[in-house]
Design a protein around this ligand. Structure first.
Ligand code: SAM
Length: 235
């Protein structure tokens, strides 16, 4: 960590949650921060332009994503050092929750230590949206982010069976059918809820055993589309 002499001039980094589908799901504070900062770091600037334009925000944007390198982080650190306030957003929901941001925050913490103020502007996350409408037994859960695609996938699913608490995970439309087939094989007695397309037109929660849900999605392929939060609980 570097020692800084004039830390009072450091800008603030705001980590701002954005909608997971419905453009109205943005806080008043988030909109104010977007207007006040010098720069909004977006996972994908074109994607976020839709949200920002919808709310009349014309603040400069730049990309910061999972493949951003040290030079990019150095540039962001330089802006903060110049006293500029910066906001970080991802394509949807809360940054750093299965989304880019963690390496940047670690880098900036290393650079500035506690001199840098990082402020959370809370709001939507698919995780909390799902948990707010799908009760889990005793209110306890483990969140594992995305189920590993290949290596570790079987271990992750078997761990759900061993776990005392419910397991919450994200899954893509490419793998939701596969996940249900794997649960049918490795954890057939599970109680599974799928929160699909939250806050969007075809929002729904489907619940049942893995085999029941696999049969439902096979019969209605339109339900295989979209975005999913999967909650796996003991019966
Ligand atoms: N940071 C985001 C958050 O706080 O929710 C999550 C980003 S992660 C890259 C994207 C995954 O979140 C999707 O593949 C899906 O599993 C889940 N997700 C995002 N939006 C969703 C929605 N509207 N309904 C259900 N799941 C959603």
């Amino acid at each position: 960590m570097k020692t800084r002499e004039h830390n009072s001039t450091l800008g603030t980094l705001y980590v701002v949650a954005t909608p997971i589908g419905n453009l109205e799901d943005i806080t008043l504070r988030a909109l104010r921060v977007f207007k006040e900062v010098s720069l909004i770091l977006c996972e994908d600037t074109r994607h976020s332009r839709v949200l920002l334009s919808h709310h009349g925000i014309s603040t400069k944007t730049e990309s910061y994503h999972a493949r951003s390198n040290d030079a990019k982080m150095k540039g962001i650190a330089h802006r903060l050092e110049q006293g500029e306030d910066v906001a970080l957003i991802s394509d949807a929901g809360t940054p750093l929750v299965s989304d880019p941001g963690s390496p940047l925050l670690s880098y900036l913490k290393k650079e500035f230590g506690d001199d840098l103020t990082i402020v959370a502007i809370p709001g939507p996350s698919a995780l909390t949206a799902a948990l707010s409408i799908v009760p889990v037994p005793s209110g306890r859960f483990s969140f594992i982010g995305f189920v590993p695609h290949k290596k570790g996938r079987q271990t992750a699913i078997k761990a759900m069976r061993e776990a005392e608490d419910s397991t919450v995970c994200y899954e893509s439309s490419h793998r939701i059918v596969k996940l249900l087939a794997e649960l049918t094989e490795w954890y057939p007695e599970a109680h599974v809820s799928i929160a699909r397309e939250l806050t969007k037109q075809f929002e729904e929660v489907l619940s049942g055993s893995p085999a029941e849900l696999a049969a439902l999605l096979a019969a209605k392929p339109e339900k295989q589309k979209g975005e999913f939060v999967v909650i796996v609980s003991k019966k």
